[in-house]
Design a protein around this ligand. Structure first.
Ligand code: AOF
Ligand code: ZN
Length: 365
């Protein structure tokens, strides 16, 4: 029984991950309905967050949901949104048992979904593959509990940690396979974020290309003064794919108006010394509904996030090339003097991507 539960929950988790990057401000939940050892319904949260996973799976199961077991990665909701609560839908469908990985952290739901199911006489099991689900849904939990999204920092560096030569040449340090992997990673986040220096130097488009996705991640540029190219790729395409600018309240009012004029969303943030406070930037992004942010540098933004202990996952693509000390470092100055003050990460995965190496590091919990 326990093993069977884990097997179906693993499938529900896999389905849930399909929604990652497309369901914000809602979590990307997965659901599997099993009747007499047969999978009769599969669902995941749809783009923009509705319909919920259970609604999808129940619709597929139809009458076969009666007496079945529903596996859901997150506690079924108990509140009335655009549709009635999922807990009620499960009750109405007369499922016999509901297996859940983790409790919801949204105050409108937390514990109430379980209660509704139990009150209706449905057997509820909780905590199956909870650690895995908590990791997949961490962005949603961080947003509801701390007001900020999950932050993935990606670095593509040489063997000596450089991201560009002294003359600023950076394309391409890693190979085509690594660049394709980056597009897949972007697609699984709600937004792609870079610092103003990178936006000026590279004129990036920051979109997901070649994957045919339904919802492009928002594009966030962090720039205190908004001194960004108004004729560049981001400005040119701001009406098609959202461009959000995190800036200082002291940014030039004319630049604010000009960026609003091209369709960008302006997010005024607090300063910390002469720079934008990274915590304030992330709070603004969380308040705007983001649960997962993919930061692609540059060095100054990477350093400020790392120094503030705001990087949850670090992805390092390492290319077999050496540039030397004149090159630009992937991480700028952090003011670390003692090793004990240097943020540490735990190795979660290591693999080869084309001619490069990808290492995945997580902040210790
Ligand atoms: C579920 N299944 O697939 C998801 C859930 O704005 P609403 O009405 O769509 O509600 C959003 C809340 O519903 C969200 O904060 C979270 O608590 C829950 N998300 N719940 O039962 C799902 N995505
Ligand atoms: Zn729901």
């Amino acid at each position: 029984m326990i093993q069977t539960d884990e097997r179906y929950m693993a499938l529900a988790l896999e389905l849930g991950r399909r929604g990652q990057g497309r369901t914000w401000p809602n979590p990307a939940v997965g659901c599997v309905i099993v009747n007499n050892g047969r999978i009769v319904g599969r669902g995941w949260t749809q783009p923009s967050g509705r319909p919920h996973a259970e609604t999808e799976a129940l619709a597929q199961a139809g009458a076969a949901a009666k007496g079945a077991t529903a596996y859901v990665t997150l506690e079924p909701c108990a509140h009335h949104g655009k549709t009635p609560p999922c807990a009620q839908a499960l009750i109405d469908a007369q499922v016999a048992r509901v297996v859940v990985a983790v409790k919801d952290s949204d105050g409108r739901v937390s514990g109430k979904g379980f209660q509704m199911l139990r009150d209706a006489g449905i057997e509820v099991s909780q905590g199956v593959l909870a650690a895995e689900a908590a990791r997949d849904l961490q962005g949603f939990f961080l947003k509801t509990e701390q007001g900020r999204p999950f932050v993935t920092l990606k670095l593509a560096t040489t063997l000596d940690g450089r991201i560009a030569t002294a003359t600023g040449e950076s394309q391409w340090i890693t190979g085509p396979e690594a660049r394709r992997a980056v597009h897949m990673m972007r697609a699984r986040h709600d937004a792609v974020m870079v610092g103003g220096g990178t936006a000026r130097a590279d004129d990036p488009s920051l979109t997901v290309r070649g994957l045919g996705i339904e919802r492009q991640p928002a594009r966030v540029v962090v720039s205190r003064r908004l001194d960004l190219p108004l004729m560049g790729n981001l400005a040119r395409t701001a009406k098609d794919v959202p461009v959000w600018l995190a800036h200082g309240a002291d940014a030039d009012a004319e630049l604010v108006r000009a960026w609003e004029g091209v369709g960008a969303r302006l997010l005024p943030c607090d300063l910390e010394g002469v720079h934008l406070a990274p915590s304030s930037v992330l709070q603004a992004l969380g308040a705007a509904g983001l649960t997962r942010v993919f930061c692609e540098g540059g060095g100054a933004l990477a350093a400020s996030l790392l120094a503030a202990d705001l990087v949850d996952e670090l992805l390092v693509f390492g290319a077999g090339r050496v540039i030397g000390a004149e090159g630009y470092p992937g991480v700028g100055a952090m003011g670390v003097e003692r090793l004990a003050d240097a943020p540490g990460f735990e190795l979660a995965d290591l693999r080869r991507v084309g001619a490069d190496v990808l290492s995945t590091w997580r902040r210790p919990t």
